[in-house]
Design a protein around this ligand. Structure first.
Ligand code: SF4
Ligand code: SF4
Length: 233
């Protein structure tokens, strides 16, 4: 089943595919997702890399050409592609007789905490695709945090990843220094710990609200741009 799913997903030019064993993570899943996400043994994590030709320009995001490219092709279109791919894969699994639930990419169902139904980054981490950095983003080996993710929950029989990769932020503080509103607290990720321990989300959110008043496209991403992982020399 893993091979069939991988072959199918590769035809959509995705960059990351991982399989997470969620049996011991039901409490984290249901914290924001509630009953609809209960009872799935596995999660399939899918990622598409943000083009460097867009992310490399983020320090000049006050230029409308840069912010437009990042907002549309670095964010919205990638999330639309991920949603469609998750929908196709979910239909495939259903036709094979398995339960599956595609989780919307980037949509917040808990506005107060800015959380989606489930954390795509946590599932990607459990699926072995990377570690969660001090910037609260999933850091992959090849593209660092420059990747958008989606998840599908399922009961299909899958071979899942053994252990999530250990964090490798060590003494680095690049994202902390780059954040214009000092929202990143500098703490390493601990599975199950609330995001608030690592990120002052309100500072980040208020910064975006302010930008929305002043600019056509509110864009930051400096925590993504500044990470040495995934940054090409
Ligand atoms: S998006 Fe910008 S403001 Fe928000 S945490 Fe990242 S660097 Fe800070
Ligand atoms: S910039 Fe440094 S501290 Fe921040 S996530 Fe990347 S490696 Fe970790």
């Amino acid at each position: 089943m893993n091979k069939k799913i991988t072959r199918l997903l590769k035809s959509y030019f995705v960059d990351y595919i991982g399989f997470a064993d969620l049996r011991s993570h039901q409490d984290e899943l249901t914290e924001y997702g509630g009953d609809i996400v209960k009872g799935y043994d596995s999660g399939i994590s899918i990622g598409i890399a943000i083009p460097d030709s867009i992310a490399d320009h983020l320090p000049r995001r006050s230029d409308v050409n840069v912010s437009c490219e990042y907002r549309i092709h670095g964010y919205e279109v990638l999330n639309q592609r991920l949603n469609l791919i998750a929908s196709f894969l979910s239909s495939y699994l259903n036709q094979k007789g398995f339960r599956s639930l595609p989780i919307a990419a980037a949509d917040r169902t808990d506005e107060e905490n800015a959380m989606p139904t489930v954390s795509h980054k946590t599932i990607a981490h459990i699926a072995g695709l990377g570690w969660i950095g001090k910037n609260c983003l999933l850091i992959t080996k090849e593209h660092g945090p420059r990747v958008r993710f989606i998840s599908i929950l399922t009961n299909a029989p899958l071979k899942t990843a053994d252990n999530p990769p250990a964090q490798q932020c060590h003494d680095c503080e690049e994202c902390i220094k780059a954040c214009p509103v000092k929202a990143i607290k500098g703490k390493n990720f601990v599975l199950g710990e609330n995001r608030e321990a690592r990120l002052d989300f309100l500072k980040c959110q208020n910064y975006f609200k302010q930008m929305e008043k002043d600019r056509e496209y509110a864009v930051c991403g400096m925590c993504l741009y500044s990470c040495p992982h995934g940054k090409k020399p």
